[in-house]
Design a protein around this ligand. Structure first.
Ligand SMILES: Nc1ncnc2c1ncn2[C@@H]1O[C@H](COP(=O)(O)OP(=O)(O)OP(=O)(O)O)[C@@H](O)[C@H]1O
Ligand SMILES: [Mg+2]
Length: 360
């Protein structure tokens, strides 16, 4: 799939702007603060339904305006589709695909598949487990609607359960009160964990290849899903999950939250058997993050038969020439949109120049 054009109205620093993209390599060049990341953000938003850098939608409305608007035209399986997204000053979000409004914003996920990488994505490696779960969740949600649905259900049930724990910690009826919620939590949680195990196993195969290629055989990458529930048949996993919730009841009532579940899992990342999350150098962490993101492209292709759109914000300046060239090789064959302040590599590309005066 690839994006043909993006129209922005009152989005961030753009009053009105149309950008045409080509399949293959697109380079957005412009000075600092000209609006390159903003343009990438608008594309990400149209695919994932939220910004990669803020949870506050209103921040994306151009200062002094009422409504921000994005229209993306994309070609998918040789058919043109339109995604229209608007945010108003009451924080109301509207989204339509091919002119048909969606009931829920999140239904957008899966239409325009995105793999996004920016220096900030280093968080994926070095920060807390929720960053790595988020990586798996965003990728899986784009590939599998049932996963996305189960994850939303799980998160809702989890917050209900935690609320009940807080409100009824001293009540004798607590076990009975939680019973129904625990059945549901175990059902959705087991499915999430099973899919994440499978995701990690599949993406590992691609990531290992990418990593060996980028590091020229010097480093061996290994990934492993870390969970309190072992991989196995779904009903066995569900049963185990449920039992664990029930035996932890007193503990959870003391803690006032649910101490066991898929919301506590992690992905172990190792290079030559050393834990990169803790001991990796900056460069190693950056390369691993890149290997994972590139692996995601091939995973999308193997799961859905189509490559996603790759967004690289400000990534080139952080790589040496060798790695930059490797990256270019590895992302040929799909639409790639890259921002940088200057691009002088000898590769055919569609150049998009953003000038500050454009937006005034
Ligand atoms: N809601 C908004 N309304 C108007 N302008 C905004 C809004 N949000 C951000 N901006 C401005 O947009 C400008 C461009 O930001 P952006 O992050 O896209 O720059 P950039 O081209 O990626 O720069 P760099 O090369 O430094 O990464 C910033 O100067 C910022 O102040
Ligand atoms: Mg930027």
């Amino acid at each position: 799939m690839y994006i043909e054009s993006v129209v922005l109205k009152n989005f961030r620093n753009y009053q009105e702007k149309t950008v045409k993209f080509k399949d293959g390599l697109n380079i957005i060049v412009g000075q600092n603060a000209s609006g390159k990341t903003n343009l990438i953000e608008s594309v990400y938003c149209s695919g994932i339904g939220k910004s990669p850098r803020t949870n506050k939608y209103k921040e994306m409305i151009r200062w002094g305006s009422d409504v921000a608007f994005i229209r993306v035209v994309l070609r998918k399986n040789n058919t043109l589709h339109t995604i229209e997204f608007s945010i108003d000053s009451y924080d109301k979000k509207r989204i339509a695909i091919d002119g048909i409004p969606l009931v829920k914003l999140s239904e957008i996920i899966g239409m325009l598949n995105i793999v996004f990488f920016s220096p900030d994505e280093m968080k994926l490696i070095k920060e807390s487990p929720d960053q790595r779960r988020r990586f798996a969740d965003i990728s899986l949600s784009q590939q599998n609607k049932k996963y996305f649905y189960s994850l939303s259900k799980y998160n809702n049930i989890l917050s209900q359960r935690n609320k009940l724990l807080k409100e009824n910690r001293y009540s004798k009826a607590l076990p009975e009160m939680l019973y129904g919620w625990d059945v549901q939590l175990a059902k959705y949680g087991a499915y999430i964990i099973q899919k994440r195990y499978e995701f990690v196993e599949k993406i590992e195969t691609f990531a290992r290849k990418m990593h060996t290629e980028i590091t020229e055989n010097k480093e061996q990458l290994n990934l492993e899903y870390e969970s309190g529930v072992e991989y196995g048949e779904l009903d066995k996993m569900e049963e185990f999950f449920f039992d664990k919730l029930r035996t932890n009841l007193d503990k959870d009532a003391n803690l006032l939250y649910t101490s066991f579940g898929s919301h506590r899992d992690d992905i172990a990342i190792k290079i030559n058997d050393i834990d990169v999350r803790k001991y990796g150098s900056q460069g190693q962490q950056r390369t691993v993050a890149l290997s994972l993101k590139l692996a995601e492209i091939y995973l999308f292709e193997s799961e859905l038969g189509e490559k996603p759109v790759l967004l690289l914000d400000d990534v080139l300046s952080e790589l040496d020439l060798n790695r930059r060239q490797k990256l270019m090789q590895l992302c040929s064959g799909l639409q790639t949109i890259i921002t940088c302040t200057d691009f002088d590599m000898d590769i055919e590309h569609n150049r998009i120049v953003i000038e500050k005066k454009d937006q005034k």
